[in-house]
Design a protein around this ligand. Structure first.
Ligand code: COA
Length: 317
């Protein structure tokens, strides 16, 4: 029997404190404006974790929601893969801390570091584990507290990011109905590491925004073509684009490239800002729960982030 990994449940969590652009500027004494941030990025607000609230705390709520939607019990989960650039600690991994918080007494847990591409990387690893029969139910999580690694005096970066978590429960299924992850495509080019980085532990985020923008448009366009071609699919087969939520201008450019009307592109960057590895599963959770993404829909996910890393995945829901 051919095994496929289906997305059986999704969940998202955002910390309570939400700051719009004006509130953020006032809180940190930033020389910026709501108009500048909205025009360049599409961001209107972001959520900020409470003091002491860690990546694993946010992830816990997202996982509980994903399990509930999938109708799965925690003791059915074989493993947890957490994508994060803002782990609770060097070790134990955030995944192991999350495992304990979930009350899970079996299975494995580990973190994956690929910055904003982390969820696509984690999805790829989990998909492969399910296909070879190594696991049947896996929690794949993106969770971030970027507010802890931002330089709040650098207006060019601190306005762009937010905190949050998203999770999916991947479940083994026979491939008969065509549902599941079709393929994942991962890339990295460490030569460009210095254009988006956090040096030291704990360090602060530094970014050459224009350089990142230039790489993003070219590399995402290429990996999206690669994903479609490898499945013998075309742009017109895609029902929904669920992109990494870094910047509305990049998201809209990708929608145009795919010839998708904007209402087929899932956007949350306006309300969440860039939540790095959490942004795709958070957007997935919104769009599956409000009924936009329906069973049978072909969904294209793509992301780029520090490393540089980038990747894409196609899934039939
Ligand atoms: N408010 C007001 N002005 C700001 C500002 C802010 N928050 N941040 C930067 N500026 C100013 C700069 O100081 C500069 O002023 P100057 O011309 O007087 O020197 C001017 O705006 C232009 O700065 P620049 O950095 O060239 O702007 P940009 O048009 O490239 O926009 C980004 C900046 C970050 C929005 C844009 O480069 C971008 O989106 N890059 C991709 C980032 C990304 O997606 N990263 C995550 C990938 S995972």
């Amino acid at each position: 029997m051919t095994l496929r990994a289906i997305i059986a449940g999704t969940g998202g969590y955002l910390p309570e404190l939400a700051l719009d652009n004006d509130a953020l500027a006032a809180r940190h004494g930033l020389d910026t404006s709501d108009a500048w941030i909205r025009e360049r990025t599409g961001i209107r607000r972001r959520h900020i974790a409470a003091p002491g609230q860690m990546a694993s705390d946010l992830a816990l709520f997202a996982c509980q929601a994903a399990l509930e939607q999938a109708g799965a019990m925690v003791d059915e989960v074989d493993g947890i893969l957490v994508a994060t650039a803002t782990p609770d600690s060097v070790f134990p991994s955030t995944a192991a801390r999350l495992q304990a918080k979930l009350g899970m007494e079996r299975g494995f847990a580990f973190d994956i570091a690929a910055a904003c591409t982390g969820f696509v990387y984690a999805l790829s690893v989990a998909d492969a584990m399910i296909r070879v029969g190594q696991a049947r139910n896996l929690l794949v999580v993106g969770t971030e507290v970027f507010s802890r690694i931002l330089d709040w005096t650098d207006r060019g970066t601190c306005v762009l990011f937010g905190d949050g978590a998203g999770a999916v429960l991947l479940r083994a299924s026979d491939a008969e109905d065509g549902r599941g992850i079709l393929s994942c495509h991962l890339h990295a080019d460490g030569r460009h590491g210095d254009i988006l980085q956090v040096e030291g532990l704990p360090g602060q985020l530094r970014m050459a925004g224009r350089e990142v923008f230039r790489h993003a448009v070219a590399k995402l366009a290429s990996v999206v073509d690669e994903a479609l071609e490898s499945n013998g699919l075309t742009k017109s087969d895609v029902a929904w684009l669920v992109p990494h939520q870094a910047n509305l201008r990049i998201i809209e450019a990708m929608g145009r490239k795919l010839g998708l009307p904007q209402d087929r592109v899932v956007v949350s960057v306006d309300r969440h800002a860039n939540t790095s590895a959490a942004s795709i599963p958070l957007a997935l959770a919104e769009a599956t729960r409000d009924g936009r993404i329906a069973r049978g829909d072909l969904v294209l996910m793509e992301a780029i982030g520090g490393g540089l890393t980038w990747g894409a995945s196609l899934a039939r829901f």
